[in-house]
Design a protein around this ligand. Structure first.
Ligand code: TYF
Ligand code: FE
Length: 379
C-alpha cells in the first residue's frame, strides 16, 4: 500500500479548496438489462428491494420500460428496450446486463454540468428540466469510464415518488427488505494502464481526492494481479475505487471482466448493512450466492483483527470476512457475479469504525475469485 491508514487520516484533514461539485449522495443506479420485468422480480424477491415507480407503455413511453426499486437509501432503476435497435440494445449487446448510470444527487444540476464540462468532462446530457404536477427535476450528465455515465439529479423542487415520467408502482408482491441501507462504494474496472487516467479524471473534473492506493504487491496472489486507487468526493459520501489489471502468472480477474464486458464498467456495488449476519443469512436463504472462503481463514483471523463484537461461529458459517485498521474493523462478503457473464457482483459491508476496504482480506478473496475463474476456464 503506498499510503497507509495514517496518511489516509492526513488526507482527510488537509483543508480543501471550496468544493465545486457538492454531492449529497448517490441518487440512483440504472442498469440496462435484457428483461427488466424479471430483473425487478429478482431484486425484489432475492434482495428485498421495494417497488417504487414505473415508466413504460402505460405511461406513454413507447420504446423502453423502467422499474424503480428502493431499499432504505439505495435506489435501483432497471431499464429494458421495447423495440429492436437503439442505444439500449446496443449497450446490452456489447456489455450484457450492466450499470449504465451512476446518478449523483446534487443541489444544482446545471452548475454541476457547467463545472465538470468546463474541466474537460464529455457531455452526455445537457441540463434539462422535467416537470409534472409533483414539481420539477433538473437532470444533466457526463461520460465516465467505458460507456458508463454520471447523471446529476437536482430534486429539491420535487415531491413525487421518483421523477416526472414515472408513475407509482404498487404491486401486491412485496417481500421484506434484507437490511441493506446505503451504497458504501462503487468500483470501476478500467483497461490496462488506465487507472491513473481515470483517477485524474475524478480529481480534475469532479474535484475528488485519492484516499488509498493498492499496487500489485499488495494484491497479487500466486496468479492474478490488479492495481486499485480509491477516489472520494469532498464530503466523503462518494467513494469510487478504480481497478486496472496487472500482469500476473495467469489472467487477472480484472482482465476477465474487461473481456466479458467488452471494456471498462462497474465491477461491484458495495452495499452497507448494520447487521451483516442477519442480512447475509436472509440473502442466502433467498438464493443469493456468495464466494466461499476456506474454513482455515477463521483459524487465524482473530489473531490478525483482535476482539470483535460478533460471535465468530455465524461469521464462519456464512463466510463473512473480517479486517481491521486503526479506526476500527469491518465485516464484508462478496457475491458471485449476479449475471451470466462474469462481470458485476455485490459486496455486503458492515463498518464498525474502519473506513478502509479490507486489504487484509485481499489474498483470501482473490484466491476465492480465482477458484471461480478456474471453473469458468478463464484463469
Ligand atoms: O472495493 C474494494 O477495494 C474491496 C476489495 O476485484 C476488492 O472490495 C478489490 C478488487 C476486487 C474485488 C474486491
Ligand atoms: Fe469493495
Amino acid at each position: 500500500m503506498k499510503t497507509d491508514n495514517t496518511s489516509l487520516n492526513l488526507e482527510k484533514t488537509v483543508p480543501q479548496a471550496e468544493d465545486f461539485l457538492p454531492i449529497l449522495g448517490t441518487d440512483y443506479v440504472e442498469l440496462y438489462v435484457g428483461n427488466a420485468k424479471q430483473a425487478a422480480h429478482y431484486y425484489q424477491s432475492a434482495w428485498g428491494f421495494q417497488p417504487v415507480a414505473y415508466a413504460g407503455l402505460e405511461t406513454g413511453i413507447k420504446d423502453r420500460v423502467s422499474y424503480v426499486l428502493q431499499q432504505d437509501k439505495i435506489r435501483l432503476v432497471l431499464t429494458s428496450p421495447l423495440q429492436s435497435g437503439g442505444d439500449i440494445n446496443r449497450h446490452i449487446d456489447a456489455h450484457g446486463d450492466g450499470v449504465k448510470v451512476v446518478a449523483l444527487w446534487v443541489d444544482d444540476a446545471t452548475k454541476s454540468y457547467k463545472e465538470t464540462t468546463a474541466r474537460g468532462a464529455e457531455s452526455y446530457l445537457r441540463p434539462k428540466t422535467i416537470e409534472d404536477n409533483h414539481g420539477k427535476v433538473v437532470l444533466s450528465g457526463i461520460h465516465t469510464y467505458g460507456e458508463t455515465v454520471h447523471i446529476f439529479v437536482e430534486r429539491k423542487d420535487y415531491r413525487g415518488v421518483f421523477m416526472p415520467g414515472y408513475r407509482p408502482w404498487n404491486p401486491l408482491y412485496r417481500p421484506e427488505g434484507t437490511g441493506l441501507k446505503y451504497i458504501d462504494h462503487m468500483v470501476g474496472n478500467v483497461g490496462w494502464n488506465e487507472m491513473n487516467k481515470w483517477c485524474k479524471f475524478y480529481a480534475r473534473v469532479m474535484g475528488f481526492a485519492q484516499l488509498i492506493s493498492f499496487d500489485d504487491n499488495d494484491i497479487s496472489t500466486e496468479y492474478t494481479a490488479l492495481m486499485s486507487k480509491v477516489m472520494s468526493n469532498g464530503n466523503g459520501r462518494i467513494k469510487f475505487p478504480i481497478n486496472e489489471p496487472a500482469e500476473g502468472r495467469k489472467k487477472s480477474q480484472i482482465e476477465e471482466y474487461i473481456d466479458f464486458y467488452n471494456g471498462a464498467g462497474v465491477q461491484h456495488i458495495a452495499v452497507a448493512t448494520d447487521n451483516i449476519i442477519n442480512t447475509v443469512s436472509e440473502l442466502r436463504d433467498r438464493g443469493v450466492e456468495f464466494l466461499h472462503v476456506p474454513e482455515t481463514y477463521y483459524d487465524t483471523v482473530l489473531d490478525r483483527v483482535g476482539e470483535i463484537d460478533e460471535d465468530l461461529e455465524p461469521l464462519k458459517e456464512l463466510g463473512v470476512l473480517i479486517d481491521r485498521d486503526d479506526e476500527g474493523y469491518l465485516l464484508q462478503i462478496f457475491t458471485k457475479p449476479v449475471l451470466d457473464r462474469p462481470t458485476m457482483f455485490f459486496e455486503i459491508i458492515q463498518r464498525k469504525g474502519a473506513q478502509s476496504f479490507g486489504k487484509g482480506n485481499f489474498k483470501a478473496l482473490f484466491e476465492a475469485i480465482e477458484r471461480e475463474q478456474e471453473q469458468r476456464g478463464t484463469l
